[in-house]
Design a binder for this molecule. Structure first.
Ligand code: C2O
Ligand code: CU
Length: 473
């Protein structure tokens, strides 16, 4: 299609104008002359990263830390990021959840050429919608995101509605500290323990250490919330496992999922689930005077779980807290609470495109296990062909035994039903976690031209075939 190679990476790191565009702005599809620009330099580089005392891993990072440098921009401003690649493998940056022009989406071989070792590339786009996002390399994601090439991106509301005492970002991930991770991810179709029945065992066996903001065990930073004060916590799941966090009853309310504000009901729970790639924003009130732990209920086969201490004051001693492992109470996940601003007031009666997406496992001679959409592996999966302005319906069905958190680039979609039952209050998301046996119906407006990935955010599944493209004719 016409989106192939619409630019090359210029020597100065700016895209080159190769299709007769007048200016960079035209290429970026916007005029930034009257806008504030927030600029960052991000260097992809290798470091020895300490998870905690005595435990370090070889990591690939943006600016030397895991997670990479946190990015923050105000709604309506332009985010400009100068990427320099000091690794000896190509990288890109994908802006997960951000609605932006296709050329800035950071997907190698689809929206840009990957940024080669020693090269630079400048990303630039207007941050239109406030919320919690993240960025990560989209080159060989199963390896590169796993090795640390990710960070948070917060788009702040221009007129802040809420006044929280403070704000915390928690990026969840998991690491393999023993064994050669690289050979594990490069092993096609690694299916260790795939049949254990909890939906996510194929990669779980590799990991022994859960992390919060790149730290594990006693090195996890406590969160300080004064007694009866409240704070905003933005949680991003950058890993492979569905994470379940347990809070004391009455302490937590969900205020957004995937950067969309939730409606103000049905949002109190004590167990919050976050699928790979998903984000959830919480309002957490410290209703205790003693220190406590946000307890991670996610099962891990061996090794260390990650619990986050909550204390009222930085001088409080929080050693030896007991996690609350009771898996009981109300669970909220990304398909539980409706959103305030919908894409469609009512579910459209008529659609222009209707696509059935069957998710399953497959086998390929010499390759081993693969992951499929409609019985094919990417790039042979059937694309979702749309025209600008179309209303598109996709029915996603998980026929297998593993979890598939499905993520769409460049658009948000409205989740209207689960297993044939309509939601009274639909969700607006960029990722829907489809568990074994589940079917979701989603609708979106094709209003952002380009070629956009739609894929499983278990990046191992994606790299082994579970991807397709929304392709504008
Ligand atoms: Cu987090 Cu293709 O994305
Ligand atoms: Cu999957």
């Amino acid at each position: 299609s016409s989106y192939e190679w619409i630019y090359n990476n210029g020597a100065d790191g700016e895209p080159e104008l190769v299709n007769g565009e007048e200016s960079i702005e035209e290429l970026y599809n916007d005029d930034f002359s009257d806008k504030n620009i927030t600029e960052y330099d991000l260097t992809a580089e290798e470091v020895e990263w300490s998870l905690e005392k005595g435990e370090s891993v070889n990591a690939w990072t943006f600016n030397g830390t895991v997670p990479g440098e946190p990015l923050r921009v105000t709604e309506g401003d332009v985010l400009k990021v100068n990427l320099k690649n000091n690794l000896d493998v190509p990288v890109t940056i994908h802006w997960h959840g951000v609605i932006l022009p296709n050329v800035m989406d950071g997907v190698p071989d689809l929206t840009q050429e990957a940024v080669q070792p020693g090269e630079t590339f400048t990303y630039q786009f207007e941050a239109k919608d406030p919320g919690t996002y993240w960025y990560h390399s989209h080159e060989h994601s199963s390896l590169q995101v796993d090795k640390g090439l990710y960070g948070s991106l917060v788009v702040e509301e221009r007129d802040q509605k809420n006044d929280y005492n403070n704000e915390q970002i928690l990026i969840l991930d998991e690491w393999a500290t023993d064994g050669d991770r690289e050979s594990l991810t490069n092993m096609p179709g690694t299916m260790m323990g795939a049949m254990s029945g909890d939906g996510e065992a194929d990669t779980k066996e590799m990991y022994d250490t859960y992390t919060v903001n790149g730290k594990s065990g006693n090195s996890i930073e406590p969160i300080i919330i004064g007694e009866s004060e409240k704070t905003r916590i933005r949680i991003i799941n950058a890993g492979y496992q569905v994470q379940k966090l347990n809070f004391p009853k009455g302490s937590v309310k969900v205020i957004a999922y995937d950067a969309a504000d939730t409606i103000d009901s049905n949002n109190e729970a004590n167990i919050i689930e976050v699928a790979p790639g998903e984000r959830v924003d919480l309002e957490v009130r410290n209703n205790q005077s003693e220190p406590w732990l946000i307890s991670n209920l996610t099962s891990i086969n061996k090794g260390v779980n990650a619990n986050i201490p909550v204390i009222t004051d930085k001088d409080v001693d929080y050693a030896n807290l007991e996690p609350n492992q009771a898996d009981e109470g109300k669970v909220i996940d990304g398909a539980t609470i409706g959103n305030q601003d919908l894409i469609f007031e009512d579910t459209p009666d008529e659609v222009d495109v209707s696509y059935e997406m069957d998710l399953s496992m497959g086998m390929q001679m010499g390759e081993g296990m693969t992951f499929q959409i409609n019985d094919n592996e990417y790039p042979n999966t059937p694309p979702i062909k749309v025209e600008d302005g179309d209303i598109v319906k996709v029915e996603i069905k998980n026929n297998g035994r593993l979890n598939h958190p499905m993520h769409l680039h460049g658009h948000r979609f409205q989740v209207v039903s689960k297993n044939g039952r309509k939601f009274e209050e639909p969700m607006v998301k960029d990722l829907i976690h489809v568990k074994p046996g589940e079917t979701f119906e989603i609708y979106f407006k094709a209003d952002n031209k380009g070629e956009w990935l739609f894929h499983c955010h278990d990046n191992n599944h994606a790299d082994l075939g579970m991807m397709t493209i929304v392709d504008y004719k």
